[in-house]
Design a protein around this ligand. Sequence first.
Ligand code: NAG
Ligand code: NAG
Length: 411
Amino acid sequence: MFPAASLVTTLLLILSIVATPVEVRTTRVTLPFAKRISANGGAINLVKHDQARAATLKDRGSAIQNGKLDRRDGGIAVTNEAVSYVAAVGVGDPATIYNLFVDTGSSNIWVGAGTPYTPTSTSMNTGEPVSVTYGSGSFSGEEWLDTVSLCSGLTITGQSIGVASTSSGSSGVDGILGLGPESLTEGTLTDEPDTLIPTVTQNLYTQGTISEEVVGVFFAPTTTEPFTNGELIFGSTDPSGDIGGISYVPLTTTSPSSFYWGINQSIMYGSDTVLAETAGIVDTGTTLILIASNAYSAYQSATGATLDDNTGLLQLTTAQYDVLQNLNFNIGSVAYALIPNGQIWPRSLNTYIGGTTDAIYSIVNDIGSPSGEGLDFINGQAFLERFYCVFDSTNHRIGFATTNYTDATTN
Ligand SMILES: *[C@@H]1O[C@H](CO)[C@@H](O)[C@H](O)[C@H]1NC(C)=O
Ligand SMILES: *[C@@H]1O[C@H](CO)[C@@H](O)[C@H](O)[C@H]1NC(C)=O
């Protein structure tokens, strides 16, 4: 269903009446990506990973707000990703292809952690040291300017990239494709802490390749791995899969969620509120759906699920699953219903996470702190696989739409 890297070039704006020059522009750039489950010697602990990431995102946002950001402590737990979205990106000419972790929670682009960086005639070393610490790992190295190809024929010139000389914890990927807000690049050029680095999305926009600074993330539920069934759409809100109408909400003003792709939302289990309206984020780097501890307790009581020690996930009996209600995410004026099948881990992947074949595990888990802290939920991959999401920098908003996978029962 998803064609190989396709560059959809559209001739736009042929204004038929006035003799306006014809403007040719690539309006939609799609970059396929795959979901990859790291198999670092056995079962992975999704919950620990996601909670660590939540904690570091929160700390980092608070530190930015208080003007106390120390890059050595802050950052996000990008590394040892349990389940990551990975896209192939070219750098240089001829391009070396790197598998990059698609991360909406950070904004730098990094290469060289696995496959080494090979400078070509398009590469220019700025000599600037660049460094980001991401919770359980880090990257440091030098800044280069180089040509970045997002797919065949589509390039950004002079993109600032970090070339890792040392990195830790980045097993399985060559680096990071940061799709977060530009402000998160502040301080990453260590000798010029106030300088912001234009992100990939920004450069696509300023170089005229896309006409709006938006990125869409379209993903289908994954039941095998690795499987390329996602796509990033730059500059357009129109994925190749079918979606319903997109509804937008403004980015939240509540810190620390406001430093990321943050929104306000409330969550209801059936008709019962489990999380009153509060701020949180949408994040490609989190596998599960994490909610404040009090909301998690309410969800557990309402469903009757019990904690499974092996996976750290809530486990449902068949009888409990049969009567599971929708989990409704109220965002703006729209309720996005996550059906029972969307609330469970794909059973075909149970053994990857230390689970028992055929057991039913919930993907709703505890963020690790009570609500009221300004980052009270993370709508992670389990959410993005059911609802198309548009990160719109131009209009400071996020859009959501249902897809043909919203009500899929493949898990
Ligand atoms: C999505 O659903 C509509 C209506 O059922 C159908 O016509 C369309 O082919 C589906 N598209 C995909 C991508 O499955
Ligand atoms: C989000 O919630 C906060 C706290 O209730 C409120 O101040 C803010 O106006 C809401 N909306 C946005 C877009 O931040």
